[in-house]
Design a protein around this ligand. Structure first.
Ligand SMILES: [Zn+2]
Length: 312
């Protein structure tokens, strides 16, 4: 009987602990989403040309173009950072954001959409960003994401490319292939020789390919090849995450993904299991450069494996 009571106490104790952990988790969600306390995030602009900036904060890197025909912002990070981002933009121009371009639908790139739309920003993105932002989404691991408020959704969406002609630039939003998601767009400023790649490029890190959002490794490689074709040695490349980059680094990144992809594919062809492939360490000569990010080497291998394993 005493043992049963102890077991009962233990069960109650465990239940309370689980409840406490769940409560703590929900209390911590804003910090978890941001990765850090919003009050402590610094919004840091880096000047690339006379009127184009890369801005770091928390979440995806922002791109900013200022000029007489309107302020253009690429991505919007997390909602709690919007006021800080607006304050930073005000130090560079008196004009509020007129055009807000989304490189894809993920919350660390679109979380501030509504806050900028309230000030009159017109949101532009690929058709699949509109589809995912305007409907409830079932995510991997049973997570779900509700449709965004109307104001946070793109007003203009496009299929493969869209051109804008402002501030002396013929800006292109290009979507040739799915990659990180099915709604990726890169933003190309040909006159200024600047490209914002969204999350098709995690500078200095293994890539995240969101299979649950239509991402695909082989298509990402095609997309990277297309972007390399647009670049020369002077191109300034804004990655979705990481530091300002260049063609040489992007080429090494493409080569790394291609090499690991080929190794995993060959190992799968030889009948190896995921764990056996991970244990064979197919990323070994790249870990020193790329294994410090959100996606660790084993996860990267798992993504490739699952991507190739689909339907078999
Ligand atoms: Zn992303």
């Amino acid at each position: 009987m005493i043992i049963i009571l102890h077991l009962y106490d233990l069960t109650i104790h465990l239940q309370n602990e689980i409840k406490m952990r769940i409560l703590l988790f929900f209390l911590l969600i804003p910090v978890l989403l941001l990765g850090q306390d919003p009050d402590k995030v610094e919004i840091i602009p880096q000047k690339l040309t006379d009127n184009i900036y890369m801005i770091k904060g928390s979440g995806g890197n922002l791109g900013l173009m200022i000029g007489p025909e309107g302020t253009l912002l690429i991505d919007s990070q997390f909602a709690p950072l919007s006021e800080k981002i607006k304050t930073t933009i005000k130090t560079l121009t008196d004009s509020p954001v007129k055009y807000l371009l989304n490189t894809h639908w993920h919350g660390d790139h679109t979380g501030g959409n509504e806050n900028f739309a309230k000030d009159g920003a017109l949101i532009i993105a690929h058709d699949n960003v509109y589809k995912r932002k305007s409907t409830d989404q079932i995510r991997p691991f049973g997570r779900s994401t509700d449709a965004a408020p109307k104001l946070a959704q793109p007003v203009i969406s496009f299929n493969d490319h869209l051109s804008m002609h402002i501030n002396g630039e013929n800006i292109m939003m290009l979507h040739d292939h799915v990659g990180h998601t099915d709604g990726d767009a890169i933003v190309y400023f040909p006159e200024s020789n600047v490209i914002h790649m969204g999350d098709t490029y995690f500078q200095g890190k293994y890539p995240y390919i969101d299979l649950g959002s239509g991402g695909d490794v082989e298509s990402l490689l095609k997309s990277l090849n297309r972007t390399l074709f647009l670049c020369d040695d002077e191109t300034q490349i804004i990655p979705g995450h990481g530091n300002l980059s260049n063609r040489g680094e992007l080429k090494n990144y493409r080569d790394m993904i291609q090499e690991v992809f080929t190794r995993v594919k060959q190992a799968m062809g030889a009948g190896l299991s995921l764990v056996e492939i991970q244990n064979s360490n197919p990323t070994k000569n790249f870990d020193e450069v790329y294994d410090g990010g959100f996606i660790k080497k084993d996860k990267f291998v798992e993504i490739i494996f699952k991507n190739l394993d689909k339907g078999e």
